[in-house]
Design a protein around this ligand. Structure first.
Ligand SMILES: [Zn+2]
Length: 287
C-alpha cells in the first residue's frame, strides 16, 4: 500500500511538472489586470506558462483631454507595451468604456476568450466595486464560469471539459463581505517588472488617474523619478489577513519577510482545488 502511494505521489509530481498551467485575467480597462495581477503574471511567464490579459472595454473614456478612437488606440498601444515588458499576451475587446453592461453578447465574448485560451486559471474583479465597468466585469466572468463547459452555449468555440479555477483580485470593499485572501503570491523578485508594466500605461498612471484625484502636480516629470513615485503609489503593506496567507503558503520565514504581494480569493463557481492542487496550479508557492 505504501509503495503504491509513493508511486502515485511520484506520478502526480511528474504530471504536475509536465503540466503547462494556462492563465487568463480579465479587467474592465486596459490597466486593471496590470494593477491587480501583473506580478503574478510575470512569475508565471518566467516559468514559461502562457498568460493572457483581457480588457473587456477599450478604455475610450479614461482621460481628461482625449477620448474616442484616438484614446482607444493609445491605450491599446500601452497595453501591448505592458504585455511586451511582462512577456505575456494582451487582448483589448472593443466595448465602450463607461458603458459596459452584463449582456449576453459580452458574456459570449468572455466565454470565447476563456475557451480559446484553454484556461486553467481565470482571474477577475469581485462584483462589488465603485466603478460599474469593474462590477459588471466581475458579473460577466462569474456568468461565464460553468457555462464554459456547456457545449450548447456559444457553440462556435470548442467547450472546455473542465471548469477552470476562478479567482478574484484583492480589493478594499467591505460590503457585502470583505475580500478573503485564499492565495497570496510573493512578488518581491518581480515587483520592478510590475512597476515597468504599469509605467507603460502613461495615459493612466501619469495623466488621468492623478488628474481625477486632483494630484496631477505631484507627478514627477523625470522618467526615473516618476517610476519611483508610481512604485510608492501602487504598493502597500500586507493586511494581517494577507500576512497570514503569505505565512501559510511560504512558511514563516519567507512569509514574514515578504514586502510585495498579490492576493486572490477563490470564487465558488469554478473548480474548488485542495491545497495540493493549488500548489500545482501556482508552482511559485513553496517553502
Ligand atoms: Zn478600471
Amino acid at each position: 500500500m505504501k509503495v503504491f502511494l509513493l508511486m502515485l505521489a511520484a506520478a502526480t509530481m511528474l504530471f504536475a511538472q509536465g503540466e503547462k498551467i494556462r492563465v487568463i485575467a480579465f479587467g474592465a480597462h486596459p490597466d486593471d489586470c496590470d494593477i491587480r495581477a501583473s506580478g503574478t503574471a510575470a512569475l508565471f511567464a518566467k516559468m514559461g506558462y502562457p498568460v493572457r490579459f483581457v480588457s473587456v472595454t477599450n478604455g475610450d473614456a479614461g482621460h481628461q483631454t482625449m477620448n474616442g478612437p484616438e484614446l482607444a488606440a493609445r491605450r491599446l498601444a500601452e497595453a501591448k507595451e505592458s504585455a511586451r515588458r511582462l512577456g505575456i499576451d494582451y487582448v483589448v475587446l472593443n466595448n465602450h468604456d463607461g458603458e459596459l453592461l452584463p449582456t449576453l453578447d459580452v458574456r459570449e465574448q468572455v466565454i470565447r476568450q476563456i475557451r480559446a485560451w484553454n484556461a486553467d486559471i481565470v482571474l477577475a474583479p469581485r462584483p462589488n466595486d465603485y466603478h460599474p465597468d469593474h462590477r459588471y466585469t466581475g458579473v460577466l466572468v462569474q456568468d461565464a464560469a460553468y457555462m464554459v463547459v456547456v457545449p450548447a452555449v456559444t457553440p462556435d468555440v470548442t467547450p472546455l471539459r473542465k471548469n477552470p479555477l476562478f479567482l478574484y483580485y484583492e480589493d478594499r470593499f467591505q460590503r457585502p463581505n470583505p475580500f478573503r485572501p485564499d492565495i497570496a503570491v510573493r512578488i518581491d523578485d518581480v515587483v520592478d517588472k510590475k512597476i515597468d508594466a504599469l509605467d507603460a500605461h502613461v495615459s493612466q498612471f501619469y495623466e488621468w488617474l492623478p488628474w481625477v484625484d486632483g494630484r496631477l502636480e505631484e507627478v514627477p516629470k523625470d522618467h526615473v523619478l516618476r517610476k519611483e513615485w508610481l512604485k510608492k503609489e501602487r504598493t502597500h503593506a500586507p493586511s494581517p489577513a494577507v500576512r497570514a496567507a503569505l505565512v501559510k503558503w511560504y512558511g514563516s520565514e519567507v512569509g514574514n519577510a515578504t514586502k510585495y504581494y498579490e492576493a486572490f480569493e477563490i470564487c465558488e463557481y469554478g473548480a474548488q482545488p485542495d491545497e495540493a492542487r493549488i500548489r500545482q496550479l501556482f508552482p511559485m508557492l513553496h517553502h
